[in-house]
Design a protein. Sequence first.
Length: 135
Amino acid sequence: YARVTGVQTCALPILEIPDDITTSFDLLIKPDVTTTVTVPSGSECVITNATLDVTDQVQGRSVVYINHDEHEVALFPLTVSKLESVTTDLHFSEGCTFDLYLKGGSIPVQVSGYLSGTFNLQTTSKDKIGRASCR
């Protein structure tokens, strides 16, 4: 403690930088486009949410699929006119590569989550549905 003109003050604590960095990410999964995601070395990717993009279309369904290690799985079936959103907790470790794409709809889906140990998620987009693997 120190006294400054009769007012008692205390020293501010030193700002500690955490050992692990956590950042958020957002991916817009568009119709007829495959987004390939690669989790960088020394990091983890967690998908936590998927939401339909805002639209005036009144009906339909956009289903987000993942292709990981040659396995295709429907993750999020979202109904267009319902303003749907879904929460999840999908973890991918360093070196994993997977594809995200839509089937059955023309409305983009926003997929979000967080990264641990890195600032950037490596992504590429292509017009064809591809395959993925985990090293």
